[in-house]
Design a protein around this ligand. Structure first.
Ligand code: HEM
Length: 217
């Protein structure tokens, strides 16, 4: 019997799971619990204003990621277009919905702008590092992000289903398609390039964490 060679995405996932606490995810290994966002989402005490800030900042990051892969001349980036995971439009609709309910939409306050700027710079010069952020940001939203969305909807929004938690088609398949694409893009990478990509994971958690924290502010 031959063993199926695992793709690079499995390595990326392993590194990411090491940066989760046990409270966040069953497979999490991070010991240090630094703030409330490291605790189980069910124990979170979110606020609508904080959640709106989180959505506004997140949209800036999705705008950047989606603009980069749409506009870039690099053939690699073309592979990452139309994955079905794009969130910019959906977040725009959600923010409109909040507006229609009488909520004031906050302006950008830093972390999303910083992250978007960093991604723009990275995309032009460092594909392995960029792919790390691309993978982590989209997958985080479909895993922990969905848990957060559910908790906020239950606690604060009368179970309203926001657009950013709806995907066209079966999410499981959409995620698998992106894993396959990333495995394809990274197939020819050297070990150095792969390690460089994996080393960027911590920074990706740092940038996302700065945005996530808003929910609890
Ligand atoms: C996977 C929770 C933050 C990236 C997961 C899983 C859970 C989870 C439960 C396992 C999903 C599964 O395999 O079924 C959380 C919680 C977070 C959080 C509660 C914060 C409160 C983050 C952050 C990132 C991230 C900040 C990176 C920016 C990922 C990735 C996976 C994952 C890449 C693998 C997804 C997959 O293979 O489908 N997370 N997470 N997570 N998370 Fe997080």
């Amino acid at each position: 019997m031959t063993l199926q060679a695992k793709g690079f995405v499995d390595e990326m996932r392993m590194v990411s799971m090491r940066l989760h606490t046990r409270e966040q995810a069953r497979e999490g290994e991070k010991k240090e619990v630094k703030g409330p966002q490291d605790r189980s989402v069910s124990k979170w005490d979110p606020t609508i204003v904080g959640y709106l800030r989180f959505l506004v900042e997140s949209k800036l990051v999705y705008d950047a990621l989606e603009c980069i892969v749409d506009k870039s001349d690099f053939p690699y980036y073309a592979e990452l277009r139309n994955t079905g995971l794009e969130r910019s439009e959906q977040l725009g609709r959600d923010l409109e919905w909040f507006k229609s309910q009488g909520y004031g939409i906050p302006g950008p306050s830093g972390p999303g702008v910083n992250y978007a700027f960093y991604l723009q710079q990275l995309s032009a010069k460092d594909l392995p590092a960029f792919i790390c952020h691309f993978y982590n940001f989209y997958f985080a939203h479909t895993a922990g992000g969905r848990m957060i969305g559910k908790t906020v909807a239950e606690k604060l929004l009368n179970k309203k289903d926001l657009e950013c938690y709806k995907w066209d088609g079966e999410l499981k398949q959409i995620l698998q398609n992106l894993r396959d694409k990333i495995n394809k893009v990274t197939l020819g990478w050297t070990r150095e390039e792969k390690n460089h990509c994996l080393e960027e994971t911590e920074r990706s958690f740092k940038y996302s964490g700065d945005i996530l924290r808003f929910i609890l502010s």
